[in-house]
Structures are given as C-alpha cells and as structure tokens.
Design a protein around this ligand. Structure first.
Ligand code: CMP
Length: 138
C-alpha cells in the first residue's frame, strides 16, 4: 500500500466547518480519494485507534477530543502518499507547521490539530482497515 495513506479530518475542523476546504486542498495536491466516511467515534473506538499513545500524558484528552464531534475518515492514493501527505499537513504542532500547510491554515494547537496523517505505509494499512472493509476501499 505504498501509494496509499489514511487521514481523518478531526472534530475541531468539523466543528469549524473546514471539512470541504480541507478536502479541496487534498484533491488539489494530487491525492485521489479511494474511500471516505463521516462518523462519530465512541470513546472506546477513539481509544483503540490511538492505543499506541496509551501511556502518554495526553491520552485521555486525545480520546475525549476525538470522540467529541464527527470526523471524516478517508483513504488517499498518490505516488509516495504517506510522505507527501505529511508534507501537505505540516508539523503535528501547528505553531511549527510551514506556511500553506493544512495545519498552519486550519489547526488551533498541538492537541486539536485538524487532521491526522499516517506515519508509515504499515500504519496506513492498519488505520485504513480499522475504518473501512475491503468492499469500501476502491
Ligand atoms: P496525530 O498525528 O493524529 O497523532 C497523535 C495525536 O496526539 C496528535 O495528532 C495530536 O492530536 C495528539 N497529540 C500529540 N502531542 C500532543 C500533546 N503534546 N498534547 C496533546 N495532544 C497531543
């Protein structure tokens, strides 16, 4: 799945009405949407998705935030998808994100940072399969 990555438009961006603008930016950067759904995560599901961060001090806050409002989950296709998408979204903390990146434009702070992007091909597949059945991945 080296040409695919997984993203979520997070609750802060949903609440502020940025979903359409973020999707347009993703398309304009050459990514093709090959799966997409808008859903609200339960605390249990948000906790499972971010299980790797379980021991971090911000885990509880992260689970509360990610289950607060609906998110838009999507699988994106493009050559070098994981790396190129991380460039497009910018640094985890929007204060450190480059001008023009999605987090610089739309994120409030390191916790509420508008979008998620997979950090490796392996995690992209795990995360995509967490949200989408085979029949939902085009
Ligand atoms: P994401 O890239 O989706 O993966 C882990 C998430 O944890 C990250 O985005 C942020 O939303 C959140 N996160 C990372 N660091 C912090 C932090 N220092 N304080 C609060 N939340 C954080």
């Amino acid at each position: 799945m080296s040409n695919r990555t997984f993203t979520m438009i997070k609750p802060d961006a949903t609440e502020k009405g940025f979903t359409g603008a973020i999707l347009a930016k993703i398309n304009a950067a050459g990514f093709r949407i090959v799966a997409m759904k808008m859903i609200q995560l339960s605390k249990e599901k948000a906790g499972q998705f971010y299980e790797v961060h379980k021991e971090r001090p911000f885990y509880g806050e992260l689970v509360d935030f990610m289950s607060r409002s609906p998110i838009t989950a999507a699988i994106l296709e493009k050559d070098n998808a994981v790396e190129d998408f991380r460039k497009l979204i910018g640094a985890t903390n929007p204060a450190n994100a480059e001008e023009g990146t999605i987090r610089k434009l739309y994120a409030a702070n390191v916790g509420e940072n508008a979008v998620h992007g997979s950090d490796s091909d392996e995690n992209a597949k795990i995360e995509a399969d967490f949200f989408f059945s085979k029949l939902e991945q085009f």
